[in-house]
Design a protein around this ligand. Structure first.
Ligand code: GAP
Length: 566
């Protein structure tokens, strides 16, 4: 499947639209249409149901250390600014960025190399050099600078000052003891008018202008609360839902009957001012997270980490992301955060990635006692094997914690400790995108005249499908619409179903296939004779007859209880 095909289907059938499209769109922001919101809600509800409400604390789930409890929470998007100072986001949540001095665009420093390879002007320049970049032909470059280059790379030094730039390049080649240049070296020379003064420049992937040195750029969106707009009331839109859970740990313990081990779950919007939002909704600036902070005794935390890693992987498999496009990847030791003794990513081979590459769907991290201690004592840093409160020049805490006691007292074991935390942190939008990619299928199916025609369908797990069933009268006469509407009204009380009587029935089937409706129920002439209707399965195209008064039971069996009869 080409990504463009999925993007087009998402727009055509109401899954996803570019935000503010009528004003030209807003990069990194997406709106969910009528089908998209049903799909995303089903994913969120499956997560909440399976991880929180449906969890049974009396039994020991396979692989778990002991029975455990789960509760939910819904905290605000704007939290006290001190939260982000103690969590580390204020100082550490940034990307290294480079700005183009000519066109003023911002680039993530670690993306520039890759973007230059894909850059339209760099590709055109490579063609103009006739394939041999090591000893470039000045005449060809001059010609390019005065023609195509003007349009493609107006910021490039070669285009702004061709003679000066080429003279300096020729001097370099003359003086070079070893002959030749790499393509990257050539681009740097062509982006630099006077290397003696500035050193070689890295060109901008968009316009060829020179980029600044990498600088830190915090990814948190800023805002202000109250009437005055100054530093004292600056706040941030949360970049993760997790911190709202940590700062309420004590409230939950004190106001409910939960005992460690237990987890607090939260889902909601998070905001990151991503520099290069891309790949459809994969990297957005506003997105939804589904996070669990699971609190346990330090001595059992390594086992709980393995439990959550495997439990979360199984969840995606159970909902249809099976096969070699999904993988669980343990981080190497050097990838781990300074406080973590284990992190794994659940990754999916999104079709927009090069073959063999995977993108993160969810991270499961062992966070030790880092977060609770930071919110008690102040921002922590590692010193040798220890986590200690970071201090300023005068030896005072750089960022003060709340000073509240966030330890836990186990009244049965008579033990007080700061729980360790396992954090399974998923993105609802990335999960939605992965389920859409996985569901996209093309095959051939008979049309209304019985001729085989290409068909596109979305093979969603029935729990995730936006519409569970569509009810049709075969024709708009002979009392068929009335019977179909009766069935529709009954099913609608329990499931999101749709009624459709417009156009030929074959076309109606195809419209439902394209949005992933697993079952269609058709009232036809035989219904009027024997009271049965036709059920049709989206994937196998099999059809079978069901008594009209059994439609609800049949659908319950199919959606909740299993697959269609073969
Ligand atoms: N509390 C830990 C945390 O936030 P993260 O890896 O930064 O960890 C967790 O984010 C998940 O949130 C990711 O695995 C991804 O699914 C989702 N996510 C993060 N940034 C995102 C973005 N810019 N757009 C869409 N989803 C994003």
């Amino acid at each position: 499947m080409e990504m463009d095909q999925l993007v087009a289907l998402c727009k055509r059938r109401g899954f996803l639209y570019q935000s503010s499209e009528i004003y030209g769109g807003l990069n990194g922001f997406w709106d969910y249409g009528p089908m998209g919101i049903e799909l995303k809600r089903n994913i969120r509800e499956a997560w909440w149901r399976d991880m929180v409400q449906g969890h049974n604390e009396l039994s020991v789930p396979a692989g778990a250390v002991s029975p455990y409890e789960m509760v939910g929470i819904d905290t605000t998007i704007i939290l006290h600014p001190q939260v982000w100072k103690c969590s580390g986001h204020y100082d550490l949540f940034h990307d290294m960025m480079q700005t183009c001095r000519q066109c003023k665009r911002l680039f993530r420093a670690d993306h520039v190399g890759e973007m230059l390879k894909e850059s339209a002007w760099a590709k055109a320049l490579a063609e103009a050099t006739g394939g041999d970049v090591s000893t470039p032909n000045s005449e060809g470059l001059l010609k390019w600078a005065k023609s195509k280059g003007k349009k493609l790379a107006p910021g490039l030094a070669l285009v702004r000052a061709p003679e000066v730039t080429l003279a300096s390049l020729a001097k370099h080649l003359e003086q070079a003891s070893t002959s030749g240049l790499s393509f990257k070296g050539l681009l740097q020379h062509l982006a630099t008018e006077q290397p003696a003064e500035t050193g070689l420049q890295t060109p901008c992937p968009e316009c060829g202008g020179d980029l600044t040195e990498p600088r830190e750029f915090n990814l948190m969106f800023e805002t202000h609360y109250g009437a005055v707009r100054d530093e004292s009331n600056k706040a941030f839109l949360r970049p993760e839902t997790a911190q709202g859970i940590f700062i309420n740990f004590k409230n939950v313990v004190d106001s409910t009957r939960v005992r460690v081990p237990f987890g607090i779950a939260q889902m909601g919007k998070s905001f990151r001012n991503e520099i290069t939002p891309r790949n459809f909704t994969f990297r957005s600036r506003e997105f939804e997270q589904m996070e669990i902070e699971f609190f346990c005794h330090p001595s059992t935390s390594a086992r709980w980490y393995r439990y959550w890693r495997d439990r979360r992987y199984r969840w995606y498999v159970e909902l249809g992301l099976a096969g070699d496009r999904l993988r669980l990847r343990e981080h190497e030791q050097e990838e781990l955060s300074h406080y973590s003794c284990g992190t794994a990513d659940i990754e999916y081979a999104f079709p927009f990635l090069p073959p063999g590459e995977f993108g993160e769907l969810e991270g499961i991290a062992h966070r030790g006692d880092f977060d609770l201690r930071s919110h008690m004592e102040g921002k922590l840093v590692r010193k040798g094997d220890e986590l200690v409160v970071e201090s300023d020049e005068e030896g005072k805490p750089r960022y003060r914690g709340s000073g509240k006691d966030l330890s836990y007292f186990d009244d049965l074991a008579k033990e007080r400790y700061i729980p360790h935390v396992i954090e399974p942190s998923a993105g609802a939008d990335r999960a939605t995108l992965a389920f859409l990619c996985e569901a996209y299928r093309e095959d051939a199916a008979p049309d209304e005249n019985g001729a085989m025609k290409p068909r596109t369908y979305l093979k969603f797990h029935p729990r995730l499908a936006p519409i569970k069933a569509a009810v049709f009268p075969l024709v708009r006469k002979d009392g068929m619409p009335e019977v179909a509407q009766e069935i529709y009204t009954e099913l609608k009380r329990h499931f999101n179903v749709m009624y459709d009587e417009k156009s030929a029935v074959g076309r109606r089937y195809r419209r439902q296939d394209e949005v992933g409706t697993p079952y269609c129920v058709t009232v036809d002439s035989q219904t009027l004779v024997d009271g049965t209707v036709t059920f049709r399965d989206r994937d196998s195209l099999k059809q079978w007859r069901v008594r009209r008064e059994d439609c609800l039971k049949e659908l319950f069996g199919l959606i909740v209880g299993g697959a269609a009869p073969c």
